[in-house]
Write a protein that binds this ligand. Structure first.
Ligand SMILES: C[S@@+](CC[C@H](N)C(=O)[O-])C[C@H]1O[C@@H](n2cnc3c(N)ncnc32)[C@H](O)[C@@H]1O
Length: 430
């Protein structure tokens, strides 16, 4: 076993070297003498990455050499504890300084100690000297885009991106009602409330490991944010219908569509990445649901479509994930401005390729976990402008705000992730 702070620093280094958090953290957690602490440190240090970099810019007299970048990660871990965690500060400092020995860099003991203690003494002045992007811990380019897109909301969006998200469940209504599951949670001492935006959503007061959830392994319930649960509510597939889930893995929405329609859909779950297919299969297996699973590129229907039109299509498109930074804090260090233009082109080609597969009278739901208009309403507006038979349908605005061409949920609206949904119907009479 290794000290939790050492494992956290190593995982952080792997992420900053380019790995995803999903790849960097899970295999290392088993080496930690305190996995929950390691997890909290890595998530927190990534959420506050740009803020901490801004502090280090003031605290370090000389840059740390690249071969010693693990020390920079250790300083991130140390500063995050002092800034945001409810730990006795002297313990946080001592335990962090002690990691220099395990890193075989005893010479760095003085450096780490000095930086952390100086932050303790001068926190107020150092914090006050940060510019806006560093204070809000966002890359400058993203802050600028958010400011332009959301002149009145950008600060709130950034603050929400820095908060810990709630754990939200989706009750499998083929197994039991939400009320019945709320009772089971209460019996286990797990505090929870029904979520107002989905009939099957439950928000927990505090996150718990999934193994602690009654019946999880047998498919009683899934973990899914309420904003993502709106997809099945809005697309509203009816029993017996032919449905395409065009970007399906890991299958959260595929499963919800099936649960919503009583398990009775002729559903094709398509996914381009072969490595993501096992997760999709496991999701359906755990929940006892059935769909046809295929590997394929949704932008090339000629490779996988049998010519039978779909009643409903869900396009949960690949996107910048700028609405879920609080859940996926590595996104904020990995995302680049040039990604957005590439994603826009992909989103438009997916929309254009899938539109002909819908029957007259059928409906397509376009969804992203982005808060950028160029990935959302602008893509839908372009589809509707280019297809004479496309008609945008209104969506209930009880859980988000009308974005012109769809419904935008901003991070924190009703405690939800940032999400965009637009429902488009194919006219019968054109
Ligand atoms: C936002 S995620 C989907 C999440 C999923 N709908 C759920 O609720 O669990 C987007 C998925 O689309 C896949 N994807 C990206 N481009 C694709 C394409 N051209 N065709 C099919 N799948 C694609 C990605 O590999 C990724 O698994």
């Amino acid at each position: 076993m290794k000290p939790a702070r050492l494992v956290a620093s190593e995982a952080l280094c792997a992420v900053l070297d380019g790995a995803s958090l999903a790849r960097a953290l899970p295999p290392r957690l088993s080496e930690s003498d305190n996995p929950p602490l390691t997890q909290e440190l890595v998530y927190g240090a990534l959420r506050w990455h740009f803020h901490i970099e801004g502090l280090l810019g003031q605290l370090l007299e000389r840059p740390i050499r690249d071969k010693d970048r693990i020390l920079r990660c250790l300083l991130h871990v140390g500063l995050y504890q002092l800034m945001e965690m409810d730990l006795p500060p002297h313990a946080a400092v001592n335990e962090t300084v002690a990691v220099t020995r395990a890193l075989k860099r005893p010479w760095a003991r003085g450096l780490v100690n000095a930086v952390l203690r100086r932050y303790q003494r001068e926190a107020e002045r150092l914090e006050a000297s940060l510019d806006e992007a560093d204070r809000l811990s966002h890359p400058r380019w993203l802050l600028e885009r958010l400011r332009q897109a959301w002149p009145n909301e950008w600060q709130r969006i950034c603050e929400e991106n820095n908060r810990r998200p709630p754990m939200v469940l989706r009750v499998n209504r083929l197994r039991q009602s939400r009320d019945a599951y709320l009772q089971q949670l209460a019996a286990e001492g797990i505090e929870a409330r029904p979520h107002p935006c989905s009939e099957v959503a439950i928000e927990l007061a505090r996150p718990v490991p999934v193994e602690a959830l009654p019946g999880f392994a047998d498919g009683a319930v899934s973990v899914q944010d309420a904003a993502a649960q709106l997809a099945a509510r809005f697309l509203d597939p009816q029993p017996g219908e032919r449905v395409l889930d065009a970007c399906a893995a890991p299958g959260g929405k595929t499963a919800h569509l099936l649960e919503h329609a009583g398990g009775d859909l002729d559903l094709l779950a398509l996914e381009m990445e072969p490595a993501r297919l096992p997760a999709l299969r496991e999701t359906l297996e755990r929940l006892g649901l059935e769909a046809e699973i295929r590997q394929g590129d949704a932008a090339c229907p000629e490779d996988w479509w049998d010519g039978r039109p779909f009643d409903r299509i869900l396009l949960d498109a690949p996107c910048s994930a700028t609405g879920v930074l609080r859940r996926n804090p590595d996104i904020r260090v990995h995302r680049r401005p040039q990604d957005i233009a590439r994603l826009q082109a992909t989103q438009q080609s997916l929309l254009n390729a899938l539109w002909p597969l819908l029957r007259p009278g059928g409906r397509l739901l376009y969804a992203t976990c982005s808060v950028l208009p160029e990935e959302n309403r602008e893509r839908v507006a372009e589809l509707v402008a280019g297809q004479a038979d496309a008609r945008l349908l209104p969506l209930p605005a009880d859980c988000g705000s009308d974005a012109g061409c769809g419904l935008q949920i901003l991070p924190g609206d009703e405690e939800m992730d940032g999400f965009f949904h637009a429902l488009i119907e194919k006219r019968r009479d054109s």
